[in-house]
Ligand binder design. Sequence first.
Ligand SMILES: [Zn+2]
Length: 501
Amino acid sequence: MTTDSPFRIESSWRRLRRSATAVLLSSSLLAPGLPQAQPAGIPSMGAASSTELSPALETLLGKAIMEQGRRDPTYINDPDVRQYLAAMGAKLSGQASGLGQPVQVFGVRDPQINAFALPGGYVGVNSGLVVQSESESELASVVAHEIAHVAQRHIARGMTQGSQSNTIMMASIAAALLAAMAGSGDLAMGVAAFGQAAAIDQQLGFSRQAEQEADRLGLEMMRKAGFDPRGMARMFGRLSSVSRLNESMSGGGYHSTHPLSVQRMSDIENRVRELPQQSREDGGDYLFVRAKLRVIQAKDARSQREVRETLQHEASTRSGAAQAAAWYGLAYAELVRGELDAADKALAQASVVKSPHMAQMRIQLALRRGADAVQMARDAWRDWPQSQGVALLLAEALQKAGKDGEGVAFLEERVGQWPEEPQFHERLAQGYERLGEAVKARSTMATYYEMVGALPTAVQQLRQARNLTDDFYLQSELDTRIRELRERQDMERELLKRFKT
Ligand SMILES: [Zn+2]
């Protein structure tokens, strides 16, 4: 999938920051003379549109962007990272009042210390932010700040303030999404669209007041969710020293999207000082995910070697969970470069700690060696029934052992448990294929393509499925899906065209 795609393009997020202003000059997005006739099903811009994007429209736009984003090579598709960030997002946003939409936090492979909010409640977290944080509360402080922007509808308001640069930005996003929709699941197209969208909060350049509001609400969320509010003050300190170091560099870091001011920093320091001490031990998940992200973030041989040195150092100077996480990171780094014996060795050093991450590493090592990992994976699944990573590995182990029937039955249940996760649908489709159930394989693959925004490819799969069956009921079921997908494509196209013109 995306993380090991051949399209290893230089971070599209950054590319976009350079190109966002270059595309498609257009008249105001919310020109008062917008035609009133609308195709059925498209949310009306309504009267509120003069001040902000309507929630329904924002949701649609966010969904369209995210579908493409899941195919972006910088989107981090690792199940551990995905689940960890989603859980942190849920924990924090559960404490935000006035959130009109669910928040979904996801990871992006980019060494810049930054996070950003997209329309529709999606929050991207750069790997650099996680890697450079020194505690989970520090990380949570930036995620909470972004969620606060969402809760206060800063994105929706900012996008419709009608400034020329916002209009151009929206038009270029719409153009990229339209191009992506027209393509047949072409990855590079998806990249362009997602990249465009990532610049939204950079382009908006939130006001000082908006920044301060987001800090204050973010701090409240952190405190209520059980994080240490001092993490925010510490993170600010770290960010301001980073921004001083990088002053000469072009934008992309946190300071360029959420300007840090002395006032902003002292406001938080004063607030934090008044709060009772709330010390906090970092959970294992944070440490393991941070170690893994160090490895995922390192792209070339030199940075990979540096990461191994860093982890080596941590493994020999830290203790407890931090030490175990460093050994785990080293094992993962060795696994990635195919040094299985070295991975075993690193893992053996950390064997005292019981975690789903360690269990997955052992299963992966066994699978890479071609060993039967079914029992190991079954045991892990019994111990960690909430881990998507363990579930995917059990499915893989079952497939490799030729237990396709059991694999499919297991995946059918997981698709019920995590319907939003495209990877389970993709693997289930492979399972059907292996069992010779071609119709089910195509129609499940169609679901996968639908989830990642490749609607024309989804339609193709459904057509193939339809040609493979004589069953009248199944045929009409497939026809209905094809029609619905087409209607959805038309609707999204109409919506996007409006932004473009
Ligand atoms: Zn901000």
